[in-house]
Design a protein around this ligand. Structure first.
Ligand code: CA
Length: 455
C-alpha cells in the first residue's frame, strides 16, 4: 500500500472499513503504546540530542508519520477524540474534567469496538485522561466499558518522591515545570512497573493465540514532573542543552492570542533553569524509550510480533521554550504535532515515511488493518443522536469567523487546522451536562501496586 494512501485513509476510515468488509481478514493483535506530553524530540524524527534507540528501532521496522497532529493540544480532549475517532467538537470534550460517556454515552470507543468483536482488550496506565501525577495508581477518568482488564501501578515517583521534586511552584507538579533525578531504578518507577505489567499480560495472551488482543499501555512520562532515574539525566550534560534564542524578538510579531498558553510562573525561569528543565524532559523521554523497548522486546520474545500491529504515539506535542512557551495548549507546531509510528506486518514496508497530514484520532490506523469490523458509524456518530438534548442544545453552532490566528482557547472549541489554516471548529458553550451525573465520583485509589497474583 502506498504510504500517501495510508495517510489519506485518515479522512476515509469509514469508507475504507466498508470497502474492506468483503473478505475476512486475519484477526491481528494490537499493541497500542501512548506517551503523555511527548513531542517529536526523538532520534527517529531527526533530533540530534535525543537518545531514543528503542523508538528509533520501532520506526525502522514500521512507518514513521512525519506530519501527524493531535486534534486538541490537551490530554483529555485529545485522548477522548483519539479513542472515539471523533473530533472534539463532536465528543463535546474540550477540557480535562470530562469523559465522553458524559456527552455521548452511546458511542463505542475504539477498544470497546474490538471487545465487541471478540478481542481481549486491556489497559495499563493512562489511556483516557489522568491527572498526573496525583491520579497515578487510580483509574483516573477511565472508561471501564472499554476494557476487560485495567492495571494501575504506582511507583516510587508517585508514592515516595514527591517531597524531593523541584518545582517552579513548590508543591505543585502536574501543570508546573518540575523535575527530579531519582536514585531508584527503572523497575521501581510507575512506567517501569507498567512495562512489567505489559509483559505479564502479553505472556498470558501468548498462551491463547486463538483470541486476539488489544493492549493499551499508557505511559505517564515525559509528563511533568519529569521524574526518571538519574542515569538518564547523565545522557544529557547541561552544557549541551540549547536554550531557544531570540525569544523577545520572536514574540514581537506574534498576536497575544498565540501566546495565551504562557504561564506567569515561568517568569521565574532563568537560562540555567531552562537547561535543567530541558535535561529533565529529555531524560524522561529516554526513560520512556527504555520502557517501550522492554514491552516490544517481550512481544518479540513471545513470538507475537508477526501477528501484532504496534502503534506508538502521544496525546499532543510539547513546547520546550519555542516562542517563549513551555508545555502544551498552543497550536504551534511543537505543541500540535505528535510522533506516530505504526508497525503493521504484511501491510506497510519497514522504514517507510508518510508525509501527508494525518491525525491519530481520525485514522484509527490499527483498526483499519487489524481485521476488526468498523464499530457503528464511527465517522458519523453525532452527539445529537444520543438524546442529550440539553447539551446539544447548548452547543451554539456558529462558524469561527474573524479569528486569524491558529489558536484554540481552552473551552472555546475554535481552531484552525495547523496545515491548511481552514477553520474546522465551532464555538460551543462548554460545561457539565445538565441532568447527567459524572460517570465517576472523586477519584478513588483503585489499586495501587501490582497485577493480580497467580498464573
Ligand atoms: Ca498529555
Amino acid at each position: 500500500m502506498h504510504l500517501r494512501t495510508v495517510a489519506r485513509l485518515a479522512l476515509l476510515s469509514f469508507l475504507f472499513a466498508a470497502a474492506a468488509s468483503g473478505a475476512a481478514p486475519e484477526r491481528k493483535n494490537v499493541l497500542f503504546l501512548i506517551a503523555d506530553d511527548l513531542n517529536n524530540l526523538l532520534g527517529c524524527y531527526g533530533d540530534p540530542v535525543a537518545r531514543t534507540p528503542n523508538l528509533d528501532r520501532l520506526a525502522a521496522r514500521g512507518v514513521r508519520f512525519d506530519r501527524a497532529y493531535c486534534t486538541f493540544p490537551l490530554c483529555g480532549p485529545s485522548r477522548n477524540s483519539m479513542l472515539t475517532g471523533l473530533y472534539p467538537n463532536s465528543t463535546g470534550i474540550l477540557q480535562n474534567s470530562q469523559i465522553f460517556r458524559q456527552t455521548i454515552p452511546a458511542q463505542h470507543s475504539l477498544p470497546q469496538a474490538f471487545r465487541l468483536q471478540g478481542w481481549f482488550a486491556a489497559r495499563i496506565g493512562k489511556a483516557y485522561h489522568y491527572n498526573v501525577p496525583n491520579s497515578v495508581g487510580t483509574i483516573g477518568h477511565d472508561d471501564p466499558a472499554s476494557w476487560e482488564l485495567g492495571l494501575n501501578p504506582a511507583g516510587v515517583d508517585r508514592l515516595e518522591e514527591h517531597p524531593k521534586i523541584f518545582s517552579l511552584t513548590p508543591g505543585q507538579f502536574g501543570g508546573t515545570l518540575s523535575w527530579y533525578a531519582s536514585p531508584k531504578g527503572d523497575r521501581l518507577h510507575t512506567d517501569g512497573l507498567m512495562a512489567d505489567d505489559a509483559t505479564w499480560v502479553l505472556e498470558r495472551c501468548a498462551r491463547q493465540p486463538e483470541r486476539p488482543f488489544f493492549l493499551t499501555v499508557g505511559f505517564f512520562r515525559p509528563h511533568t514532573p519529569y521524574v526518571s532515574p538519574k542515569p538518564y539525566y547523565d545522557l544529557y550534560p547541561l552544557d549541551r542543552m540549547r536554550v531557544v534564542p531570540g525569544v523577545k524578538e520572536d514574540q514581537a510579531d506574534i498576536p497575544a492570542a498565540g501566546l495565551m498558553s504562557y504561564k506567569r510562573e515561568q517568569d521565574a525561569l532563568t537560562d540555567d533553569l531552562r537547561r535543567q528543565a530541558l535535561q529533565a524532559y529529555y531524560a524522561s523521554i529516554s526513560f520512556l524509550d527504555a520502557q517501550v523497548g522492554r514491552v516490544v522486546d517481550a512481544l518479540d520474545r513471545l513470538g507475537l510480533a508477526e501477528k501484532t500491529i504496534i502503534v506508538f504515539t502521544s496525546d499532543h506535542g510539547y513546547h520546550t521554550g519555542e516562542h517563549g512557551l513551555w508545555q502544551k495548549q498552543s497550536l504551534f507546531e511543537e505543541s500540535a504535532r505528535v510522533p506516530l509510528l505504526i508497525v503493521a506486518p504484511g501491510v506497510a514496508r519497514a522504514g517507510g515515511v508518510a508525509t501527508s497530514p494525518v491525525s491519530p484520532g481520525r485514522s484509527h490506523p490499527a483498526r483499519q488493518s487489524s481485521g476488526a469490523e468498523p464499530h457503528p458509524d464511527p465517522a458519523r456518530t453525532d452527539h445529537r443522536r444520543t438524546r442529550l438534548g440539553p447539551h446539544a442544545g447548548d452547543a451554539r453552532r456558529r462558524r469561527c469567523r474573524g479569528r486569524p490566528h491558529r489558536w484554540q482557547a481552552q473551552g472555546q472549541g475554535c481552531r484552525h487546522h495547523p496545515r491548511s489554516g481552514r477553520a474546522e471548529g465551532r464555538r460551543r458553550r462548554d460545561g457539565p451536562v445538565p441532568g447527567l451525573q459524572p460517570a465517576y465520583g472523586p477519584l478513588a485509589l483503585h489499586r495501587v501496586g501490582r497485577r493480580p497474583a497467580g498464573p
